[in-house]
Each structure stands twice: as C-alpha cells, then as structure tokens.
Write a protein that binds this ligand. Structure first.
Ligand code: ATP
Ligand code: SKM
Length: 299
C-alpha cells in the first residue's frame, strides 16, 4: 500500500482558532480515495455542540474514519472552517466545470436563491434568479403575472428566460420551482449542469410560513394558517413534480445529508454546507460516478 502523504495545511493549522470561534463550527473533510492517498479536502456541516479543541493534521498511514460523520457524497470529515472549505471545493471543481453553468432546481423555498448566491461567489460565477429575470423583462411581479395573465403565460416567459440563460457560461441560475415541468426547459438546462435541492416538505413549509405565502401564487388557493397552506400546496405540487425533479444531473438530499452528519433537523445544515455538497455532487456527476450519463457540452 502506498504511504499516505501528510496534507499541506501549514497556514491553516486547524486549532481552536477555527473550532469554537463561533456557533457555526465547521466540519471539514479530509477525503481519501480507495488507494488510501490523500485526495482532497471535502465537506462540512454545522455542529454547534463541539467543544473547542485543537488537533493536527499529520495523518496516520491507516486513517480510521469510523467515528467521523459522513456526507451524502460519501466524504468523511473532521472539524474545520466551512468558508475555507467552500473556497477549496470550488477551486477543485472549477477545472472540471470548465465554465459550464449550474441550474438549481427544486420546490419553492428549497434554498435555490440562498445556496445559489453562495455558490456563485465561490466559483466567481454570476448569479441569476430566473423569477427576477422574468419580472425585470415583464416589468411586474411573478404574483401579478399569475393573477393578470395566468400561469401558462408566466411559463412561456420562464422558458424564454431559461433559453437565453442557457447560452451564457459561468452562471448559477436559481430556476423557478415549476421550471422542471416543461420538457423544453430541460433542453436549455442541459447546456449546463442541473442540481436538484431535495428538501423535506415540512422544512419547506416551515421556511415559507416564516416569510408568508403572499409571493407564492400557487399557494394562494389553500386555506388555513401559513404553514398549513404551504404544506398542503407543496404536497400537491410535489406529487406532480417529483419525477421531473429526478431528471436533474445531480441531487442534494437534505434528509440524507442530515442523517449522515448526525443532525436531527435539516435546519441545522447551513447554506454553505449545502453549497459544498452541491459542488461535491457536481464533481461526482462530472466524473461519471453518480449513475447519470454525461453529455457533450458546448463550452
Ligand atoms: N439551509 C437553510 N436553512 C434554513 N433556512 C433556509 C436555508 N436555505 C434557505 N433558507 C430560507 O428559506 C427561505 C427560502 O429560501 P430561498 O429563497 O433561497 O428558496 P428558493 O428555492 O429560491 O425559493 P423560490 O423558488 O420560491 O424563489 C428563505 O427565507 C431562506 O432564508
Ligand atoms: O413552484 C412554482 O411553480 C413556482 C415557484 C416560484 O419560484 C415562481 O416561479 C412561481 O411562483 C411558481
């Protein structure tokens, strides 16, 4: 077996400086490939109860990860700083991405905008929210478009926006929650890489209830309090859309992520950790390791 090289993190001796610096203690991943060689720094998660402690990264020849939490991407990790890890992961994935845009798909409230902004900054990409793009083009809000012109009119303009965005490299696009239902939109999104943010219904409803359902026209028909309206509406939409979301090139399941990180609630996973996992899943896809077929790309 080949000797494992000690990671070169001299500027980042991971001691109590990072760990315990704030509540959002990061969990970093030191990933090893099957041959036991250090491969790369991987992913992280918020772990609020970890005690401040220092440790060094001189790794043993046989690395025992049996106690280390494991992410959905299969990486295991030790405590670290999440922003630093995001930057590193982004640098690592940038070369395989080769300028391809990322299309985030998922139900309303799944975090496409929040995670998308973080991703775009880390990759040096532009961020575009397709709902805002349509609003700017139409000079009015999505809610008003739905009310005055109907859903199908909105969908036409959403498709037009995705078509235009599909020509542009180096973008992170937060698509509208229903963009996946029109097959033609997949043709546009296939110009880049699509990632489905799979968030449990209860978490979606809690997030939406926290800000209200006013800006979500498809939830206006439901009755009850904000949480009930959101939950019932999203349940119906999810049933219709789950197959369409499965078309995405990669999926980040918050439920799996929370389980692997031993977190009780998906709310404990920070958007930065989700962004890192998005990059890890994109990398898996690009390496042909996630069961989805690779396509030829224009860039
Ligand atoms: N990881 C997270 N943990 C907790 N709350 C989050 C997380 N990610 C996003 N949120 C919150 O959930 C709400 C919805 O997030 P966001 O707007 O990013 O979703 P979206 O998928 O873009 O929604 P839409 O498609 O409706 O525009 C926001 O209030 C945001 O602050
Ligand atoms: O899930 C949906 O169908 C929608 C989600 C939002 O992003 C908007 O695109 C619009 O409110 C419709």
């Amino acid at each position: 077996m080949e000797a494992i090289t000690t990671p070169q993190f001299s500027a980042l001796t991971i001691g109590s400086k990072s760990i315990g610096r704030n509540e959002n203690i990061a969990m970093a991943a030191l990933n090893f490939n099957r041959r036991g060689r250090k491969h790369c720094v991987r992913t992280i998660a918020r772990k609020p109860n970890i005690q401040s402690r220092s440790f060094h990264l001189g790794l043993p020849h046989s690395c025992d990860h049996s106690q280390a939490p494991v992410l959905e991407s299969g990486d295991c990790y030790t405590s670290f700083d999440e922003d630093w890890l995001l930057k590193n992961k982004a640098q690592e994935v940038t070369s395989c991405l080769n300028g391809r845009s990322i299309f985030l798909v998922g139900m309303m409230g799944s975090g496409k905008t929040t995670v998308g902004r973080i991703l775009s900054e880390a990759l040096g990409y532009c961020f575009v929210d397709s709902d805002r793009y349509v609003e700017q083009a139409m000079g009015t809000s999505v809610t008003e478009i739905f009310e005055q012109r109907g859903e199908s009119f909105f969908r036409d303009h959403e498709s037009e926006a995705l078509q235009k965005l599909s020509f542009a490299p180096r973008k992170v696009v937060a698509t509208g929650g229903g963009a996946v239902v029109r097959p033609v939109n997949w043709k546009y999104m296939r110009q880049g890489i699509s990632v489905f943010l799979d968030v449990p219904l209860d978490a979606l409803a809690r997030r939406i209830a926290a800000v209200g359902t006013d800006s979500r026209p498809l939830l206006h028909f439901e009755s009850g309090d904000a949480y009930t309206k959101a939950f019932v509406g999203l349940f119906t939409l999810t049933k219709k859309r789950s197959e369409a979301y499965a078309n995405a090139d990669a999926t980040v399941s918050l439920l799996h992520l929370a389980t692997n990180l031993r977190l009780e609630d998906v709310f404990d996973i920070t958007p930065t950790v989700i962004a890192i996992e998005v990059l890890a899943q994109i990398e898996k896809f690009l390496r042909g390791n996630n069961g989805k077929s690779l396509r030829m790309y224009p860039y």
